[in-house]
Design a protein around this ligand. Structure first.
Ligand SMILES: [Cu+2]
Length: 123
């Protein structure tokens, strides 16, 4: 009896967690944050240039077309692994205007050093 009610409790908790998750997601969608999709492959990002607005939140969604890559923009303090078969997201709220370089920080082959791009943050 005890374990049964325990299971029911766990199940109810899971349902609440799921509902909360979807509610939070729906709220996020209402705010319509700009979503920028970026693909990574040997040895480039597409797009290479990302335009953001200072103080305006944006979500960067990364997918890899071949292998493991990294995305690192040290000046804006954001980085993520880009894992094949998975969407990696980064939420950015740029606090300064300017042009900031990003690069792949996971060695991915001969052209790895050229795997770069820029984020342009406008006022
Ligand atoms: Cu690389």
């Amino acid at each position: 009896m005890r374990s049964l009610s325990g299971e029911r409790c766990t199940c109810g908790l899971l349902i609440i967690l799921f509902l909360t998750f979807f509610a939070v997601n729906a709220l996020g969608a209402d705010q319509a944050e700009q979503v920028i999709r970026i693909t990574a492959k040997k040895f480039e990002y597409s797009p290479k240039e990302i335009r953001l607005k200072k103080g305006v939140p944006a979500v960067l969604e990364f997918t890899s077309l071949d292998r493991l890559h990294g995305f690192n923009c040290p000046d804006l303090g954001v980085r993520t692994d880009i894992i094949p078969g998975k969407v990696s997201t980064l939420r950015v709220v740029p606090q300064k205007a300017g042009t900031f370089d990003f690069h792949c920080d996971i060695f991915c082959g001969e052209g790895h050093e050229d795997m770069t791009g820029t984020i342009i943050v406008e006022e």
